[in-house]
Design a protein around this ligand. Structure first.
Ligand code: UT7
Length: 329
């Protein structure tokens, strides 16, 4: 059997929040945000748009490109840290909205590495089970809901969006998935977290007063670990596949900060021209970011079959990893 990407789709909410808009909200400047992060603007969902709405819009586009009906989807995996509810899962809500009556549904909580984890699970499901043929992998975030808009250390970084990929079994033997590593180090959980709302700190007046329902981050620590984690995983998958950095057509890193992306590329010896970035227009959209890149690249015809594409990500958990694809669409 082979595996291919049968369809991709993405959705970014209509409202755009620029760095100049942020200057009016917290003590910051367009210049600081651009030079420290590379971000110029981000999309922000409307009050009545929930995470599953963004996910559904992206999924419908991916289904249309694949020429599949929702009933043909065997599994829906939604990677998110800003889903509609603690439960039911956002995957179940998406299932209902698109009418994918035959799908198993599972949310994946691996923060910014969510899409990589989702692709890893999809690869395992397709390879391990005859009964699965079409898996819908979605990364979707309404981060604006969990961002502390009074905290300039974090609020300038994040944005909302969603992307969907349909990963499909084929009759040929083109593998798509060449090598992967998805890892975590739970010892560093506290440096990037949303403290309250779970059983550790259930919602209370106190937790609200202390702003514990918003994301907290130790930026510099995350920065260092991000570079080391992504570089290490990329080297592992390249070694495993017997591929060298100069054979990589595109490095698609999780879009966190252009300084992180450049540091990773430089340590891997991948020229900047081969690194895809769109964070200037989206900010950090966590689990959606790699998918938003892939969708844009497919639409702009920047990828062709046979290209080696290296995905890498890092996020809360801590989670990190890399995946080498031989593009097949
Ligand atoms: O998806 C994974 C999630 N997270 C990340 O990838 C984030 C990783 N970390 C980063 O991207 C960077 O650490 C940041 C962009 C968050 C911060 O950049 P930095 O170069 O590490 O800045 P810093 O934290 O060292 O702060 C430098 C200065 C500080 O002022 P003082 O102490 O030097 O006077 C901050 O208070 O910049 C100040 N600062 C700001 N100034 C204007 C922090 N945020 C802002 C802001 N506007 N928004």
């Amino acid at each position: 059997m082979g595996i291919r990407i049968a369809g991709v789709g993405s959705y970014a909410p209509e409202k755009v929040l620029t760095n100049f808009d942020l200057e009016k909200m917290v003590e910051t400047s367009d210049e600081w945000i651009r030079t420290r992060t590379g971000i110029r603007e981000r999309h922000i969902a409307a009050d009545d748009q929930v995470c599953s709405d963004l996910a559904t819009s992206a999924a419908e586009k991916a289904l249309a490109m694949a020429g599949l009906s929702a009933a043909e989807i065997d599994f829906i995996l939604v990677a998110s840290i800003s889903g509609d509810h603690v439960f039911p899962s956002t995957a179940c809500v998406v299932q209902s909205k698109i009418g994918a009556a035959n799908a198993g549904c599972l949310d994946i909580q691996a923060a910014c590495s969510g899409l990589l984890y989702g692709m890893e699970v999809a690869s395992g499901l397709l390879r391990g089970h005859k009964k699965y043929n079409n898996i819908l992998v979605i990364g979707a975030e309404k981060l604006s809901m969990i961002v502390d808009w009074e905290d300039r250390n974090t609020c300038v970084l994040f944005g909302d969006g969603a992307a969907a990929l349909i990963v499909q079994k084929t009759a040929d033997d083109e593998p798509l998935f060449m090598a992967s590593e998805v890892k975590a180090d739970g010892n560093y959980g506290k440096i990037l977290q949303l403290p309250a709302g779970g059983s550790a700190i259930p919602a209370s007046h106190k937790s609200v007063d202390e702003r514990l329902h918003y994301m907290r981050m130790e930026g510099q620590e995350v920065f260092k670990l991000a570079v080391n984690g992504m570089v290490g995983s990329c080297r592992k998958v390249l070694d495993e596949a017997g591929i060298t950095a100069d054979q990589i057509r595109w490095l698609i890193p999780h879009q966190a900060n252009y300084r992180i992306l450049k540091a990773v590329a430089s340590r891997l010896g991948i020229p900047e021209d081969n690194v895809f970035m769109n964070l200037d227009r989206y900010g950090n959209t966590s689990a959606a970011s790699i998918g938003l890149c892939i969708d844009e690249m497919v639409n702009d015809k920047l990828v062709k079959n046979g290209d080696y594409i290296l995905l890498t990500a890092f996020g809360g958990g801590l989670t990190f990893g890399a995946m080498l694809l031989k593009w097949n669409m």
